[in-house]
Design a protein. Structure first.
Length: 118
């Protein structure tokens, strides 16, 4: 067995299903995310859940260390299946408390702490 992961510059190269893929701007976090398409899921060893980080602006997510190309798997112990889940959970995140975020970066799971100031 071997591991395959997406580097940030490779995210741009994957265009399959881009038109059909939902994108979501999460102003509270400073993120633009999209659903994983079939090619991305295959490259990520069949990952079933999560949203792909397309861009990171100034904000809580950048401060927490989230990067373009990361796949967000969980927010505050909630599984992120797709952009709709992500949007719903982000809207309910508490202000001023640390929130555990599970991401996958370069084939490895990483926990980050995110804090919304406002």
């Amino acid at each position: 067995p071997f591991k395959v992961w997406l580097l940030p510059e490779e995210v741009d190269k994957i265009e399959d299903n881009k038109a059909a893929s939902q994108q979501q701007v999460a102003d509270r976090l400073g993120l633009i995310v999209s659903n994983l398409n079939d090619a991305q899921r295959e490259a990520l060893q069949g990952l079933k859940n999560g949203v792909l980080v397309q861009d990171v602006a100034k904000g809580a997510a950048k401060d927490a260390g989230i990067q373009r190309g990361d796949v967000i798997l969980r927010l505050q112990n909630n599984v992120i299946r797709d952009v709709a889940d992500f949007d719903k959970i982000v809207k309910e995140l508490p202000v001023g408390k640390s929130i555990a975020v599970l991401i996958q970066r370069q084939g490895s799971p990483i926990f980050l702490a995110l804090k919304l100031d406002k």
